[in-house]
Write a protein that binds this ligand. Structure first.
Ligand code: NAG
Ligand code: NAG
Ligand code: NAG
Ligand code: NAG
Ligand code: NAG
Ligand code: NAG
Ligand code: NAG
Ligand code: NAG
Ligand code: NAG
Ligand code: NAG
Length: 884
């Protein structure tokens, strides 16, 4: 019992010892990361710093809380390395706030309310921080702080990076004792820094990176920058009151051999007009060894031609976004920027926002889904990146043009005099298409961005001088016809002509871009010209193309052979067109792995496409297809497609968002593809069965019907058949009216067994005595012709048909045939053709129905052998034959 009590007691004690640390890790996120203990308390509504920070904590993050105070000695029991109390409510520090933080390397206090005065920062508050490397005090300065002064940073002997607010009449003397300070950034909150810098040669700074962006600077003393012999990076951007004149005057004194990056963006008024960069401005910068030069948002309209030779010669990246350049000789002069690799001339003539007084610098890098960020891409290709020393000797040796003009120092007097700059002479020649002078390009230029440039003309035939251009972005202009051919861009790998209102591509326009790997022609009006290219001529030579974007062009049908040259294509973008059917041939594209077909009007994909997908799967180059934003079909006909989709051999991007329509027009979500397929399979099986049964029974009914009809009208049909045939052969006149002379007066229809009746009596009585012409088949039928045809001819060519009714007659097929033909002839011509002669008494029940009817309707003549009746009989018969 006692033992148990002791155990419980000791457990409680242990618990009590570990609980404080547990409590901070309960509210905050604690983690061991690479041997460092990190406590992240950001955004936890804390109002004070947790008192129980474990001793071994190296990083403490307290940002986004409501902490108002750092109590004395609160960190004394820690050895913190990184401390972040940004975005809190601190309004003062006390003398011993940072006591014990001898190991601290970074301290972030930005976005608090620590006014720059001696109330917020007691004199020795930073004294313990001897190892502090980075200090961020920016965004603290209240709007109405009176006479702000910088706190005492004297003790921060290791400080390298300082971010702090800029105060009016900024005097850099305050920082001169920070010998290790290399990065100084005033741009957090620099709203009140009106006039900057001391006029003193007494201080030398080791600062390498100085940021004075958005500081409302109006004036910089002439000698200010002479104090920075180590400067590499200077950002004076967004000081719209500074102006080129003042900025260049100050920069004239800058004498740092390490100078690399100069940013003079937006240093004129945002609505300035007629800004000219003069030769004098450039002359003052000429000595700078800068490799990156930013002149964005300056609304400059002209660079004086004389200024061209003054442009610092080692520039590799020249950014002149958002200006208003007019055409001038200087454009050609740019060719003499021998080291230029990147030229960003995008976004010209943009409107500036009158409210914000600045143009947003957050432009999208290029139109639609280009996969690149111009500055990133181009920076990776700079031969002298920001932190690497250029090998000037090497580059100078590689120059092709002897540029004595560039090297001759130009005095102020020479600047506005005549210039013997060679570009001036060729400028007009270049603009003259008849001379066909090749267009000069800076020899090392690789990246050129002229999207949003308001270039507005058809692209004519063009020839470029030797160059190494790799990337050209001309998207979002009004280059509305691409006539070409464009030659000389042999190294071009990336070209965007998207969003240019273009509706015409010349057959040879793309013929000389043989190294092109990515082509963007989205958002134009190319439907008609592409649909007409049935032989695939336009893109024929682009055999290295890997990425092709033709989206948003209102294309209805892609000609089968349109992309026949693109054997290396990997990614094809066809979204936002109005394709209803997939018609394009892609079988030759061995590496094709992505097709974007979203936002079209496809309902399915054909077997050919599916086979291609399967084939890529086998080759381990699985195809990815995007079919979103259109309504597929969930019908029985489309079941094979849906099953193929399910097989996962081709990956469908965002498949769960697809919709499809069933045969009743109901919209279904394809997220339930399995369910849809099962349902359809059931439906389609019963449907197939039903279709088989239905067609079967229909067939039976139809055959019965047709059979009975044929039977019913068998005589009529035969009659018509032979009639037509004979007419076709021209045997009958088309109209057989009453006036027509018949060939015979009577056609005798009799069974062969009854031939004696005809040969003995009839021929003698009728032909010889009465002079009537008889048609007797064994005598008058045309030999060699079909019997049926002969019979019809006999019936039609005879005025009457005599039926010699005997039992033999009834048993003879051909006799019945003759009877029926004659009957049909009667019906169809309306003349009374038949004369029935009853030669033998036959019971009515043995007679065929048609004959009985006939004998009922018309009278018949009884044949008789006795001599008296005989006379009457022949008389009757003769009359009957002669009657109409
Ligand atoms: C720091 O101490 C805590 C407990 O106090 C422990 O959980 C953690 O592992 C320690 N971290 C390091 C890096 O020693
Ligand atoms: C902090 O407080 C706000 C409002 O008082 C609340 O909406 C929010 O959820 C709280 N956050 C945390 C992490 O407790
Ligand atoms: C410092 O701030 C705390 C909290 O706002 C306040 O109580 C204290 O009076 C301030 N000290 C001075 C000297 O202003
Ligand atoms: C703060 O500075 C003002 C003048 O700038 C001075 O009058 C005042 O005595 C100083 N206060 C402290 C506590 O040092
Ligand atoms: C500056 O930093 C170096 C190391 O980077 C150090 O040796 C030197 O003491 C520092 N200078 C001062 C004044 O602390
Ligand atoms: C200077 O500070 C501003 C504001 O915090 C920041 O946006 C900018 O990137 C910094 N500049 C450099 C070169 O670090
Ligand atoms: C600064 O230098 C320019 C010429 O470079 C000169 O005209 C101007 O007077 C100088 N300003 C001062 C204040 O010295
Ligand atoms: C530019 O670099 C060259 C070669 O390293 C050097 O001689 C020259 O002094 C530098 N120019 C400036 C202004 O530092
Ligand atoms: C600079 O280039 C020259 C000529 O190619 C070469 O001899 C020299 O070694 C290079 N220097 C450096 C530091 O790379
Ligand atoms: C295909 O992939 C989907 C989702 O990735 C999965 O649910 C389904 O089972 C797969 N079908 C086959 C046949 O592998």
């Amino acid at each position: 019992m006692l033992l148990l009590k002791i155990v419980v007691f000791s457990l409680t004690v242990i618990d009590a010892i570990t609980s404080p640390q547990d409590s901070v890790c309960e509210t905050c996120l604690c983690l061991n990361h690479q041997g460092q203990f990190i406590i992240d308390c950001s955004n936890k509504n804390l109002t004070e710093i947790p008192p129980d920070i474990p001793y071994n904590t190296s990083t403490l993050i307290l940002k986004d809380n409501h902490i108002a105070e750092i109590k004395d000695y609160i960190f004394s029991n820690t050895k913190l390395v990184n401390l972040d109390i940004s975005k809190n409510a601190l309004n003062n520090l006390s003398q011993n706030s940072f006591y014990g933080l001898e190991s601290l390397i970074t301290l972030n206090l930005q976005h608090n309310q620590l006014d720059l005065d001696n109330k917020s920062y007691p004199d020795d508050v930073f004294k313990p921080l001897v190892k502090l490397n980075s200090l961020d005090l920016s965004s603290n300065l209240g709007k109405y702080t009176r006479n702000p002064t910088y706190p005492n940073l004297r003790h921060l002997i290791s400080l390298k990076n300082l971010k702090i607010d800029g105060i009016p009449n900024l005097n850099l003397e305050d920082f001169s004792h920070l010998q290790n300070l290399t990065h100084l950034n005033f741009s957090g909150n620099c709203q009140t820094a009106d006039i900057v810098f001391i006029n003193s040669f007494h201080h030398i700074f080791n600062i390498e990176e100085l940021v004075l962006s958005q500081c409302h600077i109006r004036y910089i003393d002439n000698s200010t920058f002479s104090m920075f012999p180590r400067l590499r990076f200077l950002d004076l951007s967004f000081n719209s009151n500074l102006g080129f004149d003042r900025a260049s005057m100050a920069l004239f004194s800058l004498n740092s051999p390490d100078m690399r990056v100069l940013n003079l963006s937006a240093i004129v008024d945002t609505f300035a007009v007629g800004v000219v960069i003069s030769a004098l401005h450039m002359y003052r910068l000429k000595h700078l060894n800068i490799t990156e030069f930013y002149l964005d948002h300056n609304r400059f309209e002209l660079i004086e031609t004389e200024a061209i030779p003054q442009i610092p010669k080692y520039i590799q990246l020249f950014s002149m976004r958002d200006n208003r350049p007019t055409y001038g000789a200087y454009l050609i002069g740019l060719e003499n920027m021998m080291n230029l690799i990147c030229l960003d001339a995008s976004y010209q003539y943009m409107s500036h926002n009158p409210v914000r007084h600045l143009v947003s610098s957050q432009y999208v890098s290029s139109y639609s889904k280009s996969r690149y960020n111009f500055h990133e891409l181009c920076s990776s290709d700079l031969t002298w990146p920001r932190h690497q020393n250029p090998n000037f000797t090497e580059k100078e040796q590689s120059r092709t043009l002897s540029s004595s003009e560039l090297n001759t120092p130009v005095g102020k007097g020479d600047l506005h005099g005549h210039s013997n700059f060679p570009a001036l002479r060729s400028f007009h020649d270049i603009l003259n298409p008849k001379l066909s002078v090749p267009i000069p390009v800076p020899p090392n230029l690789k990246y050129a961005n002229c999207s949003y440039c308001v270039l507005s003309y058809p692209i004519p035939k063009m020839r470029f001088e030797n160059n190494s251009v790799k990337v050209i972005d001309l998207s979002t202009n009004i280059l509305n016809k691409w006539i070409g051919p464009v030659t000389g861009l042999d190294d071009l790998e990336w070209l965007s002509l998207s969003n240019n209102f273009c509706d015409y591509i010349g057959d040879t326009f793309f013929h000389y871009f043989s190294n092109l790997r990515e082509l963007y022609i989205a958002s134009n009006f190319l439907a008609v010209v592409l649909e007409a290219d049935v032989n695939g001529n336009i893109f024929r030579n682009l055999q290295n193309l890997e990425f092709f974007d033709i989206s948003d062009n209102k294309i209805r049908v892609l000609p089968q052979k349109l992309l026949r040259g693109q054997v290396n294509l990997r990614s094809l973008h066809l979204s936002k067109n109005i394709l209803k059917l997939w018609t394009l041939d892609i079988d030759h594209m061995d590496d094709l792995q992505y097709i974007d077909l979203s936002s079209n009007q496809l309902t399915s994909l054909p077997v050919k496409f599916r086979n291609f997908g399967d084939q890529q799967y086998i080759k381990n180059k699985q195809l990815i297809v995007d079919l979103s934003y259109q309504t597929l079909q969930c019908t029985c006909e489309n079941l094979p497609f849906l099953k193929w989709m399910k097989s996962n051999k081709t990956i469908f991007l965002r498949r769960n968002e697809y919709t499809c329509e069933d045969n009743k027009g109901k919209e279904l979500s394809l997220s339930n593809l399995d369910g849809i397929i099962i349902q359809l399979e059931k439906q389609c099986v019963s449907l197939t069965a039903m279709i088989i049964v239905l067609t079967g029974s229909l067939f039976v009914i139809a055959s019965v019907l047709i059979g009975s009809l044929v039977y019913r009208y068998r005589w009529k049909l035969r009659y018509l058949y032979y009639l037509t045939r004979s007419r076709y052969r021209g045997e009958f006149a088309l109209v057989n009216d009453a006036e027509t002379e018949f060939e015979f007066d009577a056609f005798a229809s009799y069974a062969d067994e009854d031939r004696h009746l005809v040969t003995q009596g009839m021929r003698e009585k009728l032909e010889q005595e009465q002079d009537l012409r008889l048609c007797i088949h064994h005598r008058d039928f045309v030999p060699g012709d079909e019997i049926a045809a002969n019979i019809l001819r006999a019936v039609r060519n005879s005025k009457k048909t005599l039926i010699l009714l005997t039992r033999n007659f009834l048993n003879s097929y051909w006799c019945i045939y003759e009877l029926n033909m004659a009957r049909i002839e009667s019906i169809s011509t309306g003349r009374n053709v038949l004369i029935v002669i009853v030669c033998e008494r036959i019971p009515v029940c043995d007679l065929p129905e048609t004959l009985v009817q006939l004998m009922n309707d018309d009278s018949y003549i009884d044949y008789t052998d006795d001599p008296e009746g005989n006379v009457v009989f022949w008389a009757n018969l003769t009359r009957a034959i002669n009657s109409d």
